[in-house]
Structures are given as structure tokens and as C-alpha cells.
Design a protein around this ligand. Structure first.
Ligand code: ZN
Ligand code: FE
Length: 255
């Protein structure tokens, strides 16, 4: 399987995935034009669209793509998402014929109430739920919901490739280092991301194992995060309270 990050809008990645015959699917096309250009450049044919949530930077290109291609549009149940042909939810399996691929659907509320993710083939398409070294903002869900969603990801195989939808890694790392400054894998990731971005490369996908070692939002049970919470007057906090405090600190963080 081949995958390409299609840069769109200001900092979105639309993931385009194809087999050797050029049968492709796309995840969260916030824009159509860069997807069309990427397909054309490779001679690929679009067969399916997978959507994670209703935000316009993830679905804005769907109308143009369904007009010009014969595609399935796989989506969570949400009236705010038009043009869907197949609605999926927790425990459903998405089976694509071409490219041949199977994904398990996970309901992952937090960023939005109907947000879903697709896991399979060693890939995780997590939309705006998990970012590299960060997580999505809580627009519609509670900290408890978001934490439960991230916990689901944490149980996937550690070698899973995490395909998030935004290039937020460098600023996420600045926040993570402010919480967890002595984390050696995190410091290595900072240096790696600095090199990648300097050379004009995306910082994602990352491996789940690396996220488990570096991402503060996946590390609420770690000693480092417990120490940070304690230093912020939360010595008896539950893990959900530690998560909520982290998310709130990130919302107001300026490097
Ligand atoms: Zn979003
Ligand atoms: Fe987004």
C-alpha cells in the first residue's frame, strides 16, 4: 500500500492511500483541488472517501469529489455531514475492494461528539482526536470522553502508523517539553521534527509506540505527568482530572 500526505488549507493533511494498481481512497478531504492534483500526478483512481468528523477542514472537498468520481463516502452518523453513502459506528468493519483493505471503526468522542477513527492494515486514521505529541481540542466532548477515546488507541499494536490530520507536531512538542522536560524520547522527537520540517517534510505519520513514549495526553498515568499535576495543586487528581488539567494547560499555552 502506498500513502501520500496531501497538504491542504493551512496545516491539514489529507491522506491518500493506493494499491499497486492505483486504486485509491482518501481520508478527510477538506479540499478537492489538491486531491485531484495528487491523483492526476500519479495516475490513480479515487474509489472511496473515509470521513472522521464533520468539521469543514475535513469534509469541504467531498462535494466536488463525489461529483467527479464514482465513490463510496463512509462517514459517522451525523446530519452535519452531507453526501455520505455508508454510515458506520463502533465495532463496524469497513471493507474496501480496491484498494483491498479492512478497517475497524472506533467511536472516539471528545473533539466532536460523532468523531470516529479507522484502524486496520497497520494504520490508524484518527482525524483530530490524536495528533503527534498532542490531541484535539474538546469542542463538543468532555475530558472523560476524550481520555476514553485515547485509551482505545493506546491498546492498538504499538507498531501502528498514526495518520493524524494536522501538522501541529512542533508546537505540540514545545508544550509537551514544558510538562515533561526530561523525557529523552520526547527530546529526540523534537530534534527529529526540527530536521524534518526544515527539509520541508511532514512530521507524520508517527508510530503509536513513539506517541506512547512522548505524547503527554497518552501519558496521564506516567510519573512525569503525576508530578506535573502535583506541582499544579492536583495531588489527589484522578486520571481524568489530570487529563483535563493537561488539556486546559495546552489551550492557554504560549511558547
Ligand atoms: Zn476538527
Ligand atoms: Fe481539523
Amino acid at each position: 500500500m502506498h500513502w501520500v500526505p496531501v497538504a491542504a488549507l493551512s496545516d491539514n493533511y489529507i491522506w491518500l492511500v493506493a494499491d499497486d494498481e492505483g486504486n485509491a481512497f482518501v481520508v478527510d478531504p477538506g479540499e478537492a483541488a489538491p486531491v485531484e492534483a495528487a491523483l492526476k500526478a500519479r495516475g490513480w483512481t479515487l474509489r472511496a472517501i473515509l470521513l472522521t468528523h464533520h468539521h469543514n477542514d475535513h469534509i469541504g472537498g467531498v462535494f466536488d469529489l463525489v461529483r467527479d468520481h464514482d465513490v463510496e463516502v463512509i462517514s459517522p452518523l451525523d446530519t452535519r455531514i452531507p453526501y455520505k453513502t455508508q454510515i458506520v459506528g463502533e465495532g463496524d468493519t469497513v471493507v474496501l475492494d480496491a484498494p483491498r483493505a479492512t478497517f475497524q471503526v472506533m467511536e472516539v468522542p471528545g473533539h466532536t461528539t460523532s468523531h470516529i477513527a479507522y484502524a486496520g492494515e497497520g494504520f490508524l486514521f484518527c482525524g483530530d482526536t490524536l495528533f503527534s505529541v498532542g490531541c484535539g481540542r474538546l469542542f463538543e466532548g468532555t475530558p472523560e470522553q476524550m481520555l476514553a477515546s485515547l485509551d482505545k488507541f493506546a491498546h492498538l499494536p504499538p507498531e501502528t502508523l498514526v495518520f493524524c490530520a494536522h501538522e501541529y507536531t512542533a508546537s505540540n512538542i514545545r508544550f509537551a517539553l514544558s510538562i515533561d522536560p526530561d523525557n529523552a524520547p520526547l527530546r529526540r522527537r523534537r530534534d527529529e521534527v526540527a530536521r524534518l520540517r526544515e527539509d520541508g517534510h511532514p512530521s507524520v505519520p508517527s508510530r503509536l509506540a513513539e506517541e506512547l513514549a512522548t505524547n503527554p495526553f497518552l501519558r496521564v498515568d506516567s510519573e512525569a505527568i503525576a508530578r506535573w499535576a502535583e506541582a499544579h495543586g492536583k495531588e489527589h487528581a484522578t486520571r481524568a482530572e489530570r487529563f483535563a488539567a493537561l488539556r486546559q494547560a495546552k489551550d492557554t499555552f504560549t511558547a
